[in-house]
Design a protein around this ligand. Structure first.
Ligand code: FES
Length: 179
């Protein structure tokens, strides 16, 4: 959702409305912290600092406690993430078959490094230990789509299919072989 925080009380209330709605469905017991964080992340796309402060204050927890939980679990994100999340496998099978070169080609194409998000919020780039499709190494995932047997020269064409919001990638199955 668009950020409308920080400019007037009315906007602030609009901004916080999704969080209020989440709290209307949960008691403020500490046991509900994780599902509340999950739902807040779903609503806001990530967990902004002011939302974490609101959660802490509503649940009568310290901000440090809430941050402790958020930073413990990899499912939570403190920074905005791209519409498309690219996961590049850096496991052994992918590494020996050129996964590092594929990662470099993606980094070069997007102008970000692993862990980064493009300024237009179209892409977030991450590395993972193993996607579980070692026979297709080197492998990447973009959202729920898997691309195997990649080489650096195939990267630009694959990314192009995700670049334009109006352009739906031509994906007929969740498994794509790049050759
Ligand atoms: S090592 Fe890359 S998919 Fe398993």
């Amino acid at each position: 959702m668009a950020c409308v925080c920080g400019s007037g009380k009315e906007n602030r209330e609009t901004y916080l409305q999704p969080l209020r709605e989440i709290f209307s469905r949960y008691s403020t017991e500490q046991a509900n912290l994780i599902p509340i964080l999950q739902e807040a992340q779903e609503q806001y796309g990530y967990l902004p600092a002011d939302i974490l402060q609101e959660i802490a204050s509503s649940m009568k927890l310290s901000t440090a406690k809430v941050y402790g939980v958020v930073t413990f679990y990899t499912q939570f994100h403190l920074k905005p993430r791209g519409k498309n999340v690219i996961r590049v496998c850096t496991g052994t099978a992918c590494h020996v078959r050129g996964g590092t070169e594929v990662l470099r080609a993606i980094e070069q194409d997007l102008g970000i490094t692993s862990g980064g998000t493009t300024e237009n919020l179209q892409f977030t780039l991450e590395t993972v230990a193993c996607i579980g499709a070692c026979g297709l190494a080197p492998v990447i995932m973009i959202n729920d789509d898997t691309y195997g047997r990649l080489s650096p020269d195939k990267v630009a064409g694959i990314l192009a299919g995700y670049r334009d919001e109006d352009m739906t990638p031509e994906i007929e199955s969740t498994l794509k072989l790049a050759n």
